[in-house]
Unconditional design. Structure first.
Length: 366
């Protein structure tokens, strides 16, 4: 099934987004100390096209990396602009692009300009055939060859295909790897991913959860935001964010609470089908409420696991068995719709609420 999904994704090209260097720099500046003496693997990127490779190669010495490994995938649809593969040492077939592995163990000031940057990396790749080697397989992150590279890595940093996010994270968990990756915010609702969030084994990064990001997309992409100065199409994906199991300081900081439930009960109505109150904004989480609360999904961007316990989330299928009521046709002809959301009953009318994360304040004793 996973390979069928990959085939479909490659056919439509709907989730092949290349991250802009500015977004990478903005996020990764917060983790510099965590990369020292580490082996970094970019395993869902083409190193000749990826800004992830460009970032780590250019900052190899600044970050104090032990090694950088990057592998390319044979099915990439975006033609590389950063480095010409025809000039790369170790390339067998100069007429056809082939999947490759780039391994960097050291970056010196090869051109003697008193600065170590991408020019030195380009020199290294064009003169040292041992730095670049063709892959025997396709470069798929699930291939045996790439799994062996993964085993060697300490931290994986990349932008995997959104359609394969479950598979990608599952592989990282299986091999107990640290990671910093980009994914669709909707992935939070995947049962496999939410379980990791609930157990504090994955968290959002520093970039604002609601901002989204701009990505370079293939030339045949019809819907895009603008064309940049290099002639590349740029599309905005509003439902995108960083996911990681590295330390993120903001998730160790308490959310400042100022509202009280007592005296403002009317502002926090109870759901008709969940044993929780509705909190419409993260900023208005009451400081004095001991029981379960339903909060917007954006709460996860500010969640401190020492302050709040995540109980589950609302869903039609009720994976965490939180529902206290299942609607039937006796409740109305739209009973099926009612079962898909948290509901607030106002007289004889039902008010639909968007999906909520159910939480409880750990600091308050029941």
């Amino acid at each position: 099934m996973a390979h069928k999904t990959l085939k479909n994704a490659n056919r439509t090209k709907k989730d092949e987004f290349y991250t802009q260097l500015s977004d990478i720099e903005k996020e990764l500046k917060h983790y510099k100390s965590q990369f020292k003496d580490k082996v970094v693997y970019c395993n869902a990127d083409d190193p000749f096209e990826s800004n992830f490779f460009k970032y780590f190669a250019s900052n190899f010495n600044v970050l104090g990396l032990k090694k950088l490994i990057a592998t390319s995938y044979i099915g990439s649809s975006i033609v590389g602009k950063q480095l010409s593969i025809f000039d790369i040492a170790g390339v067998k077939n100069k007429k056809k692009k082939e999947p490759m592995k780039i391994e960097i163990n050291e970056v010196k000031d090869f051109n003697n300009d008193k600065a170590v940057n991408l020019l030195d990396v380009e020199y290294l790749l064009t003169h040292d055939k041992n730095s670049v080697k063709p892959l025997e397989e396709s470069g798929d992150f699930r291939s045996k060859e790439c799994v062996e590279f993964l085993k060697e890595a300490d931290i994986v940093v990349t932008n995997p295909p959104f359609s394969l996010f479950r598979d990608f994270v599952a592989q990282l968990v299986e091999h107990n790897k640290k990671y910093l990756i980009i994914g669709n915010t909707n992935a939070i609702t995947y049962k496999e991913i939410f379980k990791l969030i609930k157990e504090d084994k994955i968290r959002t990064g520093y970039t604002n959860f609601n901002v989204g990001m701009f990505f370079v997309v293939p030339d045949d992409w019809e819907k895009y935001h603008h064309i940049d100065e290099n002639g590349k199409k740029i599309a905005r994906v509003s439902t995108s964010c960083w996911f990681t199991n590295l330390e993120v300081k903001k998730h160790k900081e308490d959310l400042i609470l100022f509202k009280t439930y007592e005296g403002n009960e009317d502002e926090y109505p109870k759901y008709d089908n969940y044993d929780s109150i509705e909190v419409s904004k993260v900023a208005t989480i009451p400081i004095d409420y001991k029981e379960c609360m339903g909060v917007p999904i954006t709460f996860l961007d500010k969640h401190n696991p020492d302050q709040f316990e995540i109980i589950g989330f609302t869903h039609r299928n009720d994976p965490y068995e939180l529902k206290t009521k299942v609607y039937t046709k006796e409740d109305g002809s739209n009973f099926n719709d009612l079962n898909g959301s948290p509901i607030i009953k106002e007289g004889n009318k039902f008010r639909f609420i968007y999906m909520r994360i159910i939480i409880r304040n750990k600091r308050l004793k029941k």
